[in-house]
Write a protein that binds this ligand. Structure first.
Ligand code: FMN
Length: 301
């Protein structure tokens, strides 16, 4: 028997595999494919104080070894979430985290306050790294003072696990990680998508309505691994790694680089069963290598 359990601060995960926000809806959409309780947790789609329509279509495109998206945080707002979606999520015996975004610090704070009241949501993932919205989003995550300001204010009203999702679109991701650790983040998750673009030579037009968007999938994995490793040297709080994790070997690599847990995003579009296959694959890896606990992998490069 191998032990797949991990602790991310005060969060207990039965295994290190979560799904990434924006790629897994509210989880409910995947119930026909597998038992969601087999995951360590799942992060529901980006939620904001007020409803958002998102960006005009086309807002996703395939690129070599990855995809571009510019969904732009389409959602019906946190009150709708609390009233209509949350009651359907209460039944799950796993960690359901809500990914929170805003255009202003006040919006982040008000959104976090609403979620703080939801008993079966043990944590939020604060998205200060969305590259696809005009106001707020990534701008909060690209400078230490603004990242600190939003995390400090949310920390004042939010009692449970506060995971902060970092942007790769910065000069030094370690500095931002250290800044949010200093003002009360319980963990950091990284990476969000990399700012990118794609053009169709025949039509001479960009593939996305927004021209630029966020790149995810296997193409970003080496960048994400480098950043997880760098952040692991810089902070003491746990790291949740993601970016191009398609299989168990990818997940193990992130843990060797210093991630305590991982998230699976784009892989789920290729194979909806990818997250559970990764749980099984990690278990198999531990058995083959005679490693008793998955936590022994963390940072053991
Ligand atoms: C279609 C799509 C929508 C996304 N929406 C969000 C979001 O709402 N909030 C967020 O923090 N990240 C969002 N992301 C980023 C992912 O959660 C993840 O950080 C990124 O895709 C890298 O992981 P991957 O390569 O495994 O997909 C989105 C990604 C995709 C592809």
């Amino acid at each position: 028997m191998v032990d797949l359990g991990v602790k991310i601060g005060n969060l207990d995960l039965k295994n290190p595999v979560m799904t990434a926000s924006g790629t897994f809806g509210y989880g409910l959409e995947f119930e026909d494919f597998f038992d969601l309780n087999r995951l360590g947790g799942f992060v529901v789609k980006g939620t904001t104080l007020h409803a958002r329509q998102g960006n005009p279509y086309p807002r996703s495109a395939e690129t070599p070894s990855g995809m571009l998206n510019a969904v732009g945080l389409q959602n019906r707002g946190v009150k709708y979430f609390a009233e209509y979606i949350y009651p359907k999520l209460e039944k799950f015996q796993t960690n359901v985290l809500v990914n929170v975004s805003g255009s202003t610090v006040e919006e982040y704070v008000e959104c976090a306050e609403v979620i703080n009241e939801l008993e079966h949501i043990p944590g939020i993932e604060l998205n200060i790294s969305c590259p696809n919205v005009k106001e707020g989003g990534m701008t909060f995550g690209t400078s230490c003072p603004s990242a600190e300001a939003v995390v400090r204010e949310v920390r004042k009203v939010y009692d449970k696990h506060l995971m902060v999702k970092l942007s790769p679109n910065v000069t030094s991701i370690e500095e931002i990680a250290r800044a949010v650790e200093n003002v009360g983040a319980d963990s950091v998750s990284l990476i969000n998508t990399l700012l990118a673009m794609a053009i169709d030579a025949e039509s001479r037009k960009p593939l996305l309505s927004t021209i630029t968007g966020g790149l995810s999938g296997p193409a970003v994995k080496p960048v994400a691994l480098r950043m997880v490793w760098q952040v692991a040297q810089a902070v003491k709080i746990p790291i949740v790694g993601m970016g191009g994790i398609m299989n168990a070997a990818d997940a193990v690599e992130f843990m060797l680089a210093g991630a305590s847990a991982i998230q699976v995003g784009t892989a789920g579009f290729v194979d909806p069963l990818a997250p559970v296959k990764i749980v099984e694959g990690i278990e198999d890896y531990l058995k083959r290598h005679k490693i008793e606990s998955v936590t022994d992998l963390v940072g053991s490069l």
